[in-house]
Design a protein around this ligand. Structure first.
Ligand code: FAQ
Length: 329
């Protein structure tokens, strides 16, 4: 039983009230306006719950799928220390997935169903993890720039109205800041290395830049959920503002290493103080998030294999007698 006596039932098409009780809705929105946090047992509108499940679940999937591109580099990372750091980072990402699935479960959707929806393609996960990590420099770019983007987004979301998500994000952000240091160190090492190392890094930056610009979500003009989510303080800033914060903080760090970015229009407008750039290719973005990116199939195939090969562990944990049939003494 979850908040407001709600039980998540995806087969029940009538579970969304046609209209929320106006008094309860006004009370709920006043709480949000007051900066109060919403706990799982509190009353909440159906749409608030639905949106949170969608967002937190996608975030959880992004963490466990996001572990895959870097995971393939653990055995190939240059040197023992980098291998150890990468193992720890990948392990953290899986842990973030666990925290986020637990936060989404408080809203009533069972974890098994979330994982089924990931595998069937019903639930999305972050666009960036559908691209290959071809060289060690890709790992440096992911660790530096994708973790940087994730921190900007998650720090904002951590101040949001749903308490369990905020609590999970505070812990996740603390760990992500170590990931960022690890990525930045690897990035600087390559940028200040031999001409071959610099060329490898430049190539990785060129390939990752478009997906990184997509990472913060479609431009505010076409984002569908932002307005409602900001009203309910689920999202604390718009996609374009978060993209701008990222450019503000990280483009100077890239340029000072003499690494270029593949956008001739990228510049900070001195009058507005905002960054200008070539409009990202949103057709490519929507193609990738709907399952047609370069690695979508490979990523989901790995997850499918994990689900299959780990089934006996789940059975041993939750239904041990069905496996072992150990007679009771
Ligand atoms: N990728 O109306 P909006 C990480 C979808 S964690 C895929 O603007 P919204 C850690 C969106 O779902 C990274 N899909 O959506 C790590 C919607 O589709 P739907 C994940 C995207 O929710 C680092 C449609 O486009 N972080 O990286 C993306 O208001 C390194 C319309 O978009 C989170 O999930 C995207 N990038 O704003 C791990 C944070 N953007 O559902 C390993 C929580 C949008 O209607 C290594 N999420 N879409 O079918 C959020 O803050 C928000 O959901 C946004 C999108 C800002 C991502």
């Amino acid at each position: 039983m979850y908040g407001g006596g709600y039980i998540y039932d995806p087969e029940n098409k009538n579970q969304a009230p046609i209209a929320e009780d106006p008094e309860k809705l006004a009370e709920f929105e006043a709480k949000i306006d007051n900066g109060e946090k919403i706990e799982p047992s509190d009353w909440m509108p159906y749409e608030y719950r639905r949106q949170l499940i969608r967002m937190i679940e996608q975030h959880a999937h992004s963490e466990i799928i996001g572990a895959l591109p870097e995971g393939t580099w653990i055995t190939r990372a240059p040197g023992f220390k980098r291998k150890m750091a990468l193992i720890a980072k990948v392990q953290d990402e899986i842990g973030h997935g666990q925290l986020l699935y637990a936060a989404a479960e408080t809203l009533g959707k069972p974890r098994e169903q979330m994982l089924n929806d990931l595998l069937s393609g019903k639930s999305k996960y972050s666009n960036v993890f559908n691209y290959p990590a071809k060289t060690w420099a890709d790992v440096a770019v992911i660790g530096f720039l994708i973790d940087a983007g994730a921190i900007i987004n998650q720090l904002a979301n951590s101040k949001g109205s749903y308490a369990p998500y905020g609590r999970a994000l505070k812990r996740i952000c603390a760990e992500e800041s170590f990931h960022l240091k690890q990525g930045y160190e690897a990035f600087v090492y390559l940028a200040t290395g031999t001409s071959t190392q610099r060329a490898m890094l430049q190539d990785a930056v060129n390939r990752w830049w478009p997906p990184i610009m997509h990472f913060f979500g479609p431009s505010d003009k076409i984002s569908v959920h932002t307005e409602k989510l900001i009203r309910w303080q689920v999202k604390m800033d718009t996609n374009d503002n978060m993209r701008n914060d990222f450019l503000e903080q990280y483009v100077p760090k890239i340029w000072e290493l003499d690494i270029t970015l593949p956008d001739p229009n990228l510049r900070k407008n001195p009058e507005t103080g905002r960054w200008e750039y070539t409009e990202p290719d949103w057709d490519e973005f929507f193609r990738v998030i709907s399952g047609n990116g370069p690695c979508n199939k490979e990523r989901l195939d790995v997850r499918r294999w994990v689900e299959e090969s780990g089934r006996w562990v789940r059975q041993a944990l939750f239904k041990p007698n069905e496996i072992y049939k150990v007679p009771l003494a």
